[in-house]
Design a protein around this ligand. Structure first.
Ligand SMILES: Cc1ncc(COP(=O)(O)O)c(C=O)c1O
Length: 439
C-alpha cells in the first residue's frame, strides 16, 4: 500500500486505509499521522539493498523520537543512532539493545558520556580531541575502556541545503581528513579508550549517489592507512543522509544503484558496516494534517490560513523546504487558485507552502502536508504558546494515538514564580493554577 491513497471519485484521502477526515474528527488538527506500511517498507528497502553485507541500520533517532516509531523499527532489527542523553533514555525505554546504539554529536556532556558508558553502548563517535580526552577521563572512573569511532570529515561536497551539509571542512563536524591518523595514534595511547572504527556522515537529503561513493572511497583509503598504522578498525559507519522526493520533480536517491556502486568497496572492507538513516525511513511515512481556518484575499496574494504552523513543522521556515500539500476530498476539475498556505504564528516566515494551486479553498478544508515524518515533530516547539500536535499511527485500517496533544497546562507547568512576586498582585497564585472564574 502506498500512502496516501486517493479515492478516484470523492478525491478523499486515506492513510493505510483510514480516511484523513476521520482522523481529523477523532483526534483534532494539527495532527501528525504516520503510515505503518510506509515506515516498514522504507526500512526494509534499505536492508534489502545492502543485504549482502548485513549492515547495522542504526535509525537516526533525531529524525523522529516517538517511542512507537522506535519500537516498530527495533522489532525489525534496527539499531539506533543517538545524539543526547535524552535520546539515550528514549532508546532504552523503547527496548533498544545498548550494544546496537551509536552515540554521535559534537557536544556530549560528561553526564551523558557516563550514562552511555554505564549501559555499554556499541560506540561513541568522537568529534574532537577534547571530546576524546573527556570520554577517556569518564571511562577511567568506570575502570573501563570506552569503544570509540573517529568521525572523519571527508571534505566531500553534497548538493543539499548548506544547513544540513556536514561533510565539508568548514563545518563543525568531525576531524579533518588529514588529521585523523595523528588523532587515532593519540587515541590509541589513551588508556581508557578502545578505538574500534571510523565514522563519516556527509549531510542530509542527498539524492545523488556520487557524494556517498566519494566519501566511501576516502573512508576505505583511511581505513587501510589506519590498519597499516597497526590500529584495529572493525567498524565502518557511513552515516545517513539518503535523500527523499519532497518535490514532484525530485527523485529520491536510487538505493539499489547506490548499493551496486558501493558494494565492491564494502565487501573489501571486512568490517561491520553501519548506516544511520533517519529521513529516508520515516520522512515519507509521516504527514501533518491541518485544517483551513480562514481564507484571506490580500492585494497580491491569497492566503489559506491553517491551524498548523512553523512551530509544528519548522522545515519550510528554516530551510525554505518544499513539502507537497494535498487537499482532501474535492471532486471535479474546476478552476484552480494559487495560495500561500500559512499558519497563525506572528512571523512572516510562518508558512507551510507558497504559491500552491488548489481548487478554491474554504474554511474547514483539510490539507495533508506530505513527507513530514522526519525532523517534523522532533523540531516542533511551543512558540506562541502553542501546544505541540498529537501523533497518530495508522495501520491496517486502524488508527492508534501514539502521543497526546500537549496541553497548555503542561507548557506553563514548567514555570516557577519567584517569591518576590508572590502577593505583589491583587491575587496570589502560582503560574500553574488557572485563575478561577466565578460562575
Ligand atoms: C551523524 C548523523 N547521522 C545520521 C543522520 C541522519 O541523517 P538523515 O536523516 O538524513 O538520514 C544525521 C543527520 O543529521 C547525522 O548528523
Amino acid at each position: 500500500m502506498t500512502a496516501p491513497e486517493r479515492d478516484p471519485r470523492s478525491q478523499a484521502l486515506k492513510l493505510d486505509g483510514v480516511p484523513v477526515a476521520t482522523l481529523a474528527r477523532r483526534f483534532g488538527t494539527p495532527l501528525y499521522v504516520y503510515s505503518h506500511s510506509t515506515l516498514v517498507a522504507n526500512y526494509d528497502r534499505i536492508r534489502q539493498a545492502f543485504a549482502e553485507i548485513d549492515p547495522l541500520i542504526a535509525f537516526s533517532t533525531k529524525s523522529n523520537t516517538n517511542g512507537t516509531i522506535l519500537r516498530i523499527l527495533l522489532e525489525r532489527g534496527a539499531g539506533l543512532d543517538i545524539v543526547s542523553g535524552g535520546e539515550l533514555e528514549r532508546a532504552l525505554r523503547a527496548g533498544a539493545d545498548p550494544a546496537r546504539i551509536i552515540y554521535a554529536g559534537v557536544g556530549k556532556t560528561r553526564e551523558e558520556i557516563a550514562a552511555a558508558l554505564n549501559v555499554r553502548i556499541l560506540a561513541f563517535n568522537v568529534e574532537s580531541p577534547a571530546e576524546a580526552e573527556a570520554i577517556n577521563e569518564v571511562a577511567s572512573g568506570f575502570g573501563r575502556k570506552a569503544p570509540v569511532a573517529v568521525r572523519v570529515n571527508p571534505d566531500v561536497a553534497a548538493d543539499t541545503h548548506h544547513y544540513i551539509s556536514t561533510g565539508r571542512k568548514e563545518t563543525k563536524f568531525g576531524i579533518p581528513y588529514h588529521d585523523v591518523r595523528r588523532l587515532c595514534r593519540r587515541l590509541a595511547r589513551m588508556p581508557h579508550l578502545r578505538l574500534i572504527g571510523v565514522h563519516a556522515h556527509i549531510g542530509s537529503q542527498i539524492t545523488q549517489t556520487e557524494p556517498f561513493v566519494k566519501a566511501l572511497e576516502r573512508v576505505v583509503q583511511l581505513t587501510h592507512q589506519l590498519r597499516r598504522d597497526g590500529l584495529t578498525i572493525d567498524l565502518v559507519n557511513l552515516g545517513g543522509g539518503f535523500g527523499i522526493g519532497y518535490e514532484e520533480s525530485t527523485q529520491p536517491i536510487d538505493l539499489e544503484e547506490l548499493a551496486r556502486r558501493m558494494m565492491p568497496m564494502l565487501r573489501e572492507l571486512r568490517a561491520q558496516v553501519i548506516f544511520e538513516p533517519g529521513r529516508s525511513i520515516v520522512g515519507p511515512a509521516g504527514f501533518l494534517l491541518t485544517r483551513v481556518l480562514y481564507i484571506k484575499e490580500a492585494q497580491t496574494k491569497c492566503f489559506a490560513i491553517v491551524d498548523g504552523a512553523m512551530n509544528d513543522l519548522l522545515r519550510p521556515s528554516l530551510y525554505s523546504a518544499y513539502h507537497r500539500i494535498l487537499l482532501d476530498g474535492r471532486p471535479g476539475r474546476g478552476r484552480r487558485r494559487v495560495y500561500d498556505v500559512v499558519g497563525p504564528i506572528c512571523e512572516t516566515g510562518d508558512f507551510l507552502g507558497k504559491d500552491r494551486p488548489f481548487p478554491p479553498l474554504k474554511p474547514d478544508d483539510l490539507l495533508l502536508v506530505c513527507d513530514a515524518g522526519a525532523y517534523g515533530m522532533t523540531m516542533a516547539s511551543n512558540y506562541n504558546s502553542r501546544p505541540r500536535p498529537a501523533e497518530v499511527l495508522v495501520r491496517q485500517d486502524k488508527a492508534y494515538l501514539i502521543r497526546h496533544r500537549e496541553t497548555i497546562d503542561q507548557i506553563i507547568g514548567c514555570e516557577e514564580i519567584p517569591p518576590f512576586l508572590n502577593g505583589s498582585g491583587a491575587e496570589q497564585r502560582s503560574a500553574r493554577s488557572p485563575r478561577k472564574v466565578r460562575a
